[in-house]
Design a protein around this ligand. Structure first.
Ligand code: GAR
Length: 192
């Protein structure tokens, strides 16, 4: 299963996926390309560490979505990899119908809350401010509804009385690093 990883930030989840692959825990999955919409993103540094091609693809002209010329460049870059699975690992852009149609049924996303609670930006902060006692992370298939596609799996995290926002965020990230590689491995073995 050929995997393309898309990310905008530090890339800790991409790193967890690459470590799982190196340890033989990614099923039939193989990461073939890392792409970022941010030229200085940490995720791009993983390429040389893990021997996977990694590069910036210009998302212009929009700041928070992929549409127009930027969407065309991204579709071409991903198509060239002939992916079976496109993984959004901290990719902070809204995807439009052209992109979704190009990779229909192949895109999955990681979100730092128990969807359908707290979709959109800052899922951890939304849950923290709301005062929930259980939150977590979700991997779901991507559809046109932002953070609304079919849920593949979730891990719950308890908010303890002595948690701070930072300690809660750290627990959710740790859960993400377990959940996302496990879902990819399962998809590669069973397709569902
Ligand atoms: C992760 O917490 C992921 O759930 C979140 O971005 C972070 C990326 O971290 N994604 C979203 O909020 C998507 N709406 P990373 O760059 O260290 O993997």
């Amino acid at each position: 299963m050929r995997i393309v990883l898309l990310g905008s930030g530090r890339g800790s989840n991409a790193e967890a996926i690459l470590q799982a692959q190196a340890a033989g825990r990614l099923g039939r999955g193989q990461v073939v390309q890392i792409l970022s919409d941010q030229p200085a993103a940490g995720i791009l540094e993983l390429g040389s560490r893990f021997g996977v091609p990694a590069r910036f693809v210009d998302p212009a002209p929009f700041k928070t979505k992929l549409e127009g010329e930027g969407e065309d460049r991204w579709i071409a870059a991903i198509r060239a990899c002939e992916p079976d699975l496109v993984v959004l690992a901290g990719f902070m852009r809204v995807l439009k119908p052209g992109f979704l149609g190009a990779f229909a049924g192949k895109i999955i996303n990681l979100h730092p809350s128990l969807l359908p609670s707290f979709p959109g930006l800052d899922g951890i902060g939304q849950a923290w401010r709301r005062g929930v006692k259980v939150t977590g992370c979700t991997v779901h298939r991507v559809t046109a509804e932002v953070d609304g596609g079919p849920i593949l799996d979730q891990l719950a995290v308890r908010v303890e009385p002595d948690d701070t926002f930072a300690s809660l965020a750290a627990k959710i990230h740790a859960a993400e690093h377990v959940l996302l590689p496990a879902v990819i491995a399962r998809l590669s073995e069973t397709g569902a």
